[in-house]
Every structure is written in C-alpha cells, then in structure tokens.
Write a new protein. Structure first.
Length: 93
C-alpha cells in the first residue's frame, strides 16, 4: 500500500508560481505602457542631428586665454608669487 502525503502543506509551490506569474505579468504591462508613452511623448527621433547656427557670436562667453590653460583657482597663487618676485627684485637692487 503506497504512503500518501497529507494535503495540508502542499499549497506553497502553486502559490509561489502564481505570485511569480503575477509579477511577470505586471512587468510586461508596465513595459508596454512605458513604451507607448515614450513613443508619443515627443514624436522626434532621438538619433536625429540638430544643426547649430554659428553665425552669431557667443555673447557673454569668456574668451580663451592666449598663452595656454588658465585655471582661475591658481590666479591667487600666481599673483602672490609675482608680488614676491617683484619684492625680491626691489630688495636686490
């Protein structure tokens, strides 16, 4: 005579499968909704090229330094070094 298992503890596996199925279905529905929303939001292609009008000058743009890279952080130290060098030259005379 075969031994039969009691049916009280066999609800966990079908319940886990059902929960996973609902989660997958929710992800599919959310993906479809986001895909439709993104397609009609702008109507433009994200890979398109935008031409820039360069005929007008950039008003308010700071000109680039002529003698190379100029970092504003070090302007204080350069000014202090120049002042110290000038003071040393005056003392040497």
């Amino acid at each position: 005579m075969p031994i039969r298992a009691e049916s009280g503890g066999h609800l966990a596996a079908p319940l886990a499968i059902a929960v996973c199925g609902v989660a997958v279905l929710a992800l599919v529905v959310a993906g479809i909704a986001m895909g439709r929303r993104g397609a009609r939001s702008t109507g433009s292609n994200s890979h398109s090229v935008t031409e820039i009008d360069r005929s007008t000058p950039n008003v308010g743009a700071r000109p680039l330094p002529v003698n190379g890279y100029e970092n504003p952080t070090y302007q204080y130290y350069q000014a202090a070094e120049a002042a110290a060098t000038e003071a040393a030259n005056k003392d040497a005379e």
